[in-house]
Design a binder for this molecule. Structure first.
Ligand code: NI
Length: 179
């Protein structure tokens, strides 16, 4: 991979796990998750069908696929959070995000349906996060592919990054295309 590809694919850089839990970051993570659906509303404003079907980079997902991927990914994240809060380090279920993004429903569903879903989902997600006890942030789930325990603070940081990551892919496309 050359630097150009890296910059297009990871406009805010790759996710890096912090060395340790920093509770003072909680509000920033939660605010970012809370804001994502509204950011996405702005991100796709005035894009037509052809623009929505344009890959955000050569060989990458289309804008349409990126948005539907966010819904798929964050539905799984919400379930993982609820499992981690109600069970003792449960094993979670990985899924094949590339195959999910290529399923026929992704082609036939308007993007605003997934953004509407994200508005409702992120509301529930933020309520769950805001109502946690301080010690809950260190509860974990077990990721069988990564073969490690992931604490709730880390997943929250990671998904805050994940929303911004995909949003900036779309914003980058719009800037380069003068849309
Ligand atoms: Ni993603």
């Amino acid at each position: 991979m050359d630097d150009g590809h890296e910059q297009l694919a990871y406009p805010i850089g790759r996710y890096e796990t912090p060395d340790k839990y920093a509770p003072e970051m909680q509000n920033e993570w939660i605010s970012s998750i809370e804001a994502l659906p509204k950011w996405l509303d702005l991100c796709i404003e005035n894009l037509d069908k052809i623009q929505l079907d344009t890959p955000y980079r050569p060989g990458g997902w289309t804008v349409n696929e990126v948005i539907h991927h966010l819904a798929d990914s964050h539905l799984n994240a919400y379930v993982r959070l609820k499992l981690a809060l109600t069970e003792d380090s449960p094993v979670i279920k990985p899924y094949d995000e590339k195959l999910w993004a290529q399923m026929p429903d992704v082609e036939t569903t308007p993007v605003n349906i997934s953004i509407t879903l994200l508005h409702a989902l992120h509301f529930r997600w933020v309520q769950a996060l805001r109502n946690m006890q301080p010690q809950d942030w260190e509860r974990t789930y077990f990721h069988p592919e990564q073969e490690r325990y992931v604490p709730i603070w880390e997943m929250t940081d990671m998904y805050a990054w994940h929303g911004r990551h995909h949003m900036e892919q779309i914003r980058g496309l719009r800037q380069r295309s003068n849309w």
